[in-house]
Write a protein that binds this ligand. Structure first.
Ligand code: SF4
Ligand code: ZN
Length: 291
């Protein structure tokens, strides 16, 4: 069986149970392969497909990603939804960086995750992401050793959270890179300029890239077992007292970030306004990027 057939089988197995699906599409190699396969399967099964691309507001990087996202979405004939952190949270990652105590990734990740979950809730569809085994192990190690048990054990499902599907979670980065090259579609090759600021992530990434993929998969299994053991001890899910998002503690990470930036009031106001209107068009730049 070719690599492509194997990847397609994984996506198909997860997708065919849904009528509507959202692909979180960054324009990187993993999500490009995922979007290509998701389109093929959506056509075969008559599934409604959306691609959601988030503009982080990182000069140079985000513009390139957006251009590629539009090009590929057009080429594949997929409906592209464009959402920006600026419109949604009132701040770009470039604006946040000088005011925030941690590397930008520590804010960008939770903001993007919460945004995409909200989009999923409004559209009423699960989120498919292209995360591979290297991403998974990297995140598990970082959260485990950050000394914050809460982060390692963050809820991954439950009330207020749309289902997350990660069909490539045990596929190596190397395999997806080969698949993306074979496809011949454009994808973003340059990493985000802020990625290098997270030293721990950089070290783990390098370590994993130098190990055989089987070893990385074994490590993932062990980490997931440890997580599963602890997760069973978690109390029932909670919701943030400021924004109502699912959260492992009384204040979600995005609200904690906004508090540090002095933007909590704005955050609460924006959340309230969105609740009142309850229309996805209010915060998704639908089709505007496709025209
Ligand atoms: Fe955001 Fe960090 Fe990823 Fe850049 S590397 S897009 S700042 S999470
Ligand atoms: Zn919150």
């Amino acid at each position: 069986m070719s690599v492509f057939n194997e990847l397609e089988r994984r996506v198909e197995a997860r997708m065919k149970k849904y009528k509507r699906v959202i692909v979180s599409y960054s324009a990187g190699k993993d999500s490009t392969v995922l979007l290509y396969l998701a389109k093929k399967i959506a056509d075969d099964y008559g599934i409604e497909l959306y691609a959601v691309h988030i503009d982080e507001g990182i000069a140079g990087h985000s513009d390139v990603s957006r251009r590629i996202a539009i090009k590929v979405a057009k080429e594949l004939g997929v409906k592209l939804l464009g959402v920006s952190l600026k419109e949604y949270f009132g701040i770009t990652i470039d604006e946040l960086k000088p005011k925030f105590s941690l590397p930008p990734c520590a804010a960008c990740g939770p903001m993007r995750r919460q945004l995409i979950n909200d989009v999923g809730l409004r559209i009423g569809a699960p989120i498919f992401t292209g995360h591979n085994v290297n991403d998974d192990v990297e995140t598990l190690i970082i959260n485990m050793f950050r000394g914050e048990r809460r982060r390692f054990l963050e809820p991954t499902g439950g009330p207020g959270m749309v289902p997350r599907e990660t069909p490539f979670i045990d596929v190596s980065e190397e395999t997806l890179e080969k698949a993306a090259e074979e496809l011949g579609l454009p994808y973003k090759k340059e990493p985000c300029p802020y990625a290098k600021l997270s030293m721990r992530r950089k070290i783990i990434k390098h370590e994993m890239a130098t190990r055989p993929k089987e070893k990385v998969i074994e490590l993932q299994k062990v980490m997931r077992m440890i997580k599963a053991f602890h997760v069973t001890k978690l109390k029932s899910p909670r919701f943030c007292k400021y924004c109502g998002s699912p959260s492992a503690s009384s204040v979600c990470r995005v609200c904690s970030i906004m508090k540090e930036l002095g933007m909590l009031e704005e955050r609460i106001r924006r959340t309230r306004e969105r609740r009142k209107k309850f229309r996805i068009e209010d915060y998704i730049i639908t089709d505007r990027w496709i025209s």
